[in-house]
Design a protein around this ligand. Structure first.
Ligand code: NAD
Length: 471
């Protein structure tokens, strides 16, 4: 039997596109389907619709060889043994995941099951989705012996998606039959045996031939819960450190020292203990809400999940109030907004705390000049350019004549600003940092009033003076 598996990936977004090219990189034959004709056209013509490290190179390597792009779901399903569903599962009005995209895809798949198929949930879905997918297929008259439904949740992070996929902490396969588990085992074999990492030109990362990727087989329900519980736990860490940061601020302690001291405990670990504006993006907010909904439906008391979201939302209010306190009044003030993406190293602005803060400031009458290294085009779709909402080509253009500079996204570029140049261009040397990218002492040494999260502010150290004003 050939080791290569014929794979169809439905959805060519952050997860689907990355999965498709990574499966091709592992040696499989992949057809990537999207119902967005413009996206398919871009992909076919050599374009790269999302900003993601290593993606352009892998696309160039595999396009029209290992991976093809199409809007024709029927033929893609008929030609594939494994069908990965990677469409969106956004938050619905009740907090539950809106499963209508998944249902639409499953109904379409049902009409084209011409041989045994493994239907894989790659999208993040609530527990028992595998049951629902099976039920929909049965209702469409598909022979129950001609398919299995497997949960294979995706843990990649935007910004490092390709490396996360090729060098995963773990691969989780939730399958209720040996036959379908065997297909998934074959798909991931290059990573789990380590053979991929020995190939010339293999992407280097944390896994290797001697330390290959780990794979965990569970029931479908357990795999579905692993994904929701993992995201909720990471969100919990962020909200926890933010709540501690608010306390630290109230007692003049330093959250960076506190997080360091906590993170040195190997039972806690340092990651996801970064105080700031809170989490955003297309996953954590909706996944916490969806997990909460699942618990509610099952009559399980899991109010902790509500608290995670409440703390997160409050961080945005707290930051807004910091801007207000630093500037006294807002109407007519000119603010530089550094960052639009929901986090650094991505162009994704979905549920971005930066965008929400900017919207509130615009409502309060400020003039914003924003800069983001990758997310400006996407941001323009939600914050249309106008006299009040302007976009700049770099940090210094955004900051020119600003009454204050706001750091809203943790891009590495924003941690390396030339502070001398920044001070020269701003109207007032005030930096309000929602991501704690600088040491307060350094900002003070450069003559900035610096307000950050969970650390004493140096309001009194040196009050900003308008550029050109002689003391
Ligand atoms: P996305 O919005 O970037 O991509 C979804 C794609 O599916 C779009 O290109 C859309 O056009 C396409 N699509 C929708 N309906 C379709 C249909 N009927 N036929 C064909 N294509 C269709 O979404 P994403 O960020 O890739 O997320 C997908 C899923 O993966 C979600 O459930 C998400 O929670 C989960 N997830 C996302 C991430 C992440 O970092 N983005 C990480 C892990 C898991």
């Amino acid at each position: 039997m050939s080791k290569s598996v014929s794979i169809c990936v439905i959805g060519s977004g952050y997860v689907g596109l990355v999965a498709a090219v990574c499966f091709a990189e592992m040696g499989h034959r992949v057809i990537c389907v999207d119902n967005d004709d413009a996206k398919v056209k871009t992909l076919r013509e050599g374009g790269v619709p999302i900003f993601e490290e290593h993606l352009p190179q892998l696309l160039a390597k595999h396009r029209d060889r290992g991976v093809e792009f199409t809007a024709n779901l029927a033929s893609a399903v008929e030609r594939s043994e494994a069908i990965f569903i990677a469409v969106g599962t956004p938050q619905g009005e009740t907090g539950a995941a809106d499963m209508s995209y998944v249902e639409a895809v499953v109904s379409e798949i049902a009409r084209h099951v011409n041989s045994y198929k493994v239907i894989v949930e790659k999208s993040t879905v609530p527990v028992y989705t595998n049951e629902w997918v099976s039920r929909v297929l049965h209702r469409h008259g598909v022979d129950p012996t001609s398919f299995d439904v497997v949960s294979n949740p995706e843990f990649l992070r935007e910004g490092t998606a390709v490396l996360d996929f090729m060098h995963p902490d773990r691969i989780v396969i939730g399958s209720n039959t040996d036959r379908s588990a065997a297909v998934l085992r074959r798909i991931y074999e290059p990573l789990t045996s380590g053979s991929y990492y020995d190939q010339p030109g293999a992407l280097a990362g944390t896994c290797s031939a001697v330390r290959p990727a780990r794979i965990l087989f569970t029931s479908a329900q357990s795999a579905e819960i692993i994904k929701h519980a993992s995201n909720a736990f990471l969100a919990l860490k962020i909200s926890f450190i933010n709540a501690v940061a608010n306390l630290a601020e109230a007692v003049d302690a330093d959250i960076e020292d506190i997080a360091k001291g906590m993170g040195m405990d190997s039972r806690i670990g340092p990651r996801f203990l970064r105080a700031g504006l809170g989490y955003g993006g297309s996953c954590f907010p909706k996944d916490v809400a969806a997990f909460q909904w699942v618990a509610q439906q099952k009559g399980v008391n899991f109010k902790l999940l509500q608290e995670i979201s409440s703390i997160n939302e409050a961080q945005r209010d707290i930051f807004f109030n910091k801007v207000l306190s630093a500037l006294w009044t807002l109407r007519g003030k000119r603010l530089a907004a550094l960052g639009l993406a929901f986090k650094g190293e991505t162009d994704d602005v979905r549920d971005s705390p930066a965008i929400e803060v900017i919207k509130r400031l615009l409502d309060a009458g400020v003039i914003i000049k924003a800069y983001d290294p990758a997310a400006m085009e996407r941001a323009k779709e939600v914050l249309q350019p106008s006299i009040k909402m302007q976009y700049a080509a770099d940090v210094y253009e955004a900051a020119t004549d600003a009454d204050a500079v706001l750091i809203l996204t943790d891009w590495s570029e924003f941690a390396e600003i030339d502070l001398v140049q920044l001070k020269q261009v701003v109207r007032f040397p005030i930096v309000i940092d929602g991501r704690n990218l600088y040491k307060p002492q350094k900002m003070q040494d450069h003559g900035f009033t610096y307000v950050s999260v969970g650390r004493p502010s140096n309001y009194h150290a040196q009050q900003g003076k308008p550029r050109g004003m002689v003391s």
